[in-house]
Design a protein around this ligand. Sequence first.
Ligand code: A3P
Length: 291
Amino acid sequence: RNYPAMACEYFTHKGVLFPCLDYSPENLSYVENEFQVRDDDVFNITYLKSGTNWMVEILSLIRCGGDPGWVRSVLNWDRAPWMESWPGLEAALKYPPPRLLCSHLPIQLFPKSLQRSKAKIIYTLRCPKDVLVSLYHFSKLVHLFKDPGSLDSFLEDFLSGNVPYGSWFDHVTGWMGLKGNENFFFITYEELQQDPWGSVRRICHFLGNELSEEQVAAVVENASFQSMKGNKMSNFSQLSDKYMDHQKGEFLRKGICGDWRNHLSETQSQQFDTVYQKRIDQPKPVPEPEL
Ligand code: A3P
């Protein structure tokens, strides 16, 4: 089977690029304006390639007290559907509460009903240079995304937000606006790597689902890169050819911090730093009043 003809096209919705495969402006509008967030929902929110599926595994295992039965018998995208794609939305609407849902949406496109709810949000941030490298490789495998071309041109696209789901900088600054809110939990991919036990304990505490030391250890073990790689319910080997060319590589690629150093040149890294400094390090200028 060969699907490329129907894939790799994008459309723009409210200034953000989305793949045509499985996404539509109608669905995105429905999600933003009509989707009803429940107080008992847990949202796993990330920019692309920031550890979304690792967090799905952790959250799935926490729900089961570390027992791997669920993660070994149910596909990860059924355990935590992708709200904004149409198959994910359909699954989210049928999901018996309490729901575990995923989203890469920038905050301005997220369901408005979140504002009136007590739903819990977990936001995972990853070093953006590693996100760039991971997304570069991923874009070569999946039919949802266009071929990224050279790393140089992809770097330009990434820095200007000309990639699916839009700018990493907008995503992060948008969601970080919720920092300090009691229903918002923020963690980094790097923290998960450095201190998986402490990270899992903190997530459990946020969810109000305290686990024993043994259960925390079971969550860490069953959500490890190696465990996920060997679990066909979590390693995307079951994803249809419609979405991914399995001959070209694996979803679980390296799973490390700092891989960007193996890919970005000094010049490319500096180009990144210049934009990062402008967008993240420096405070936003006060807008000029209109005269
Ligand atoms: P790499 O391409 O750098 O290996 P997402 O789930 O948001 O698409 O993110 C995918 C990235 O997270 C990939 O990064 C993948 O290998 C990594 N990843 C997935 N599960 C992981 C785990 N258990 N431990 C560490 N990294 C993991």
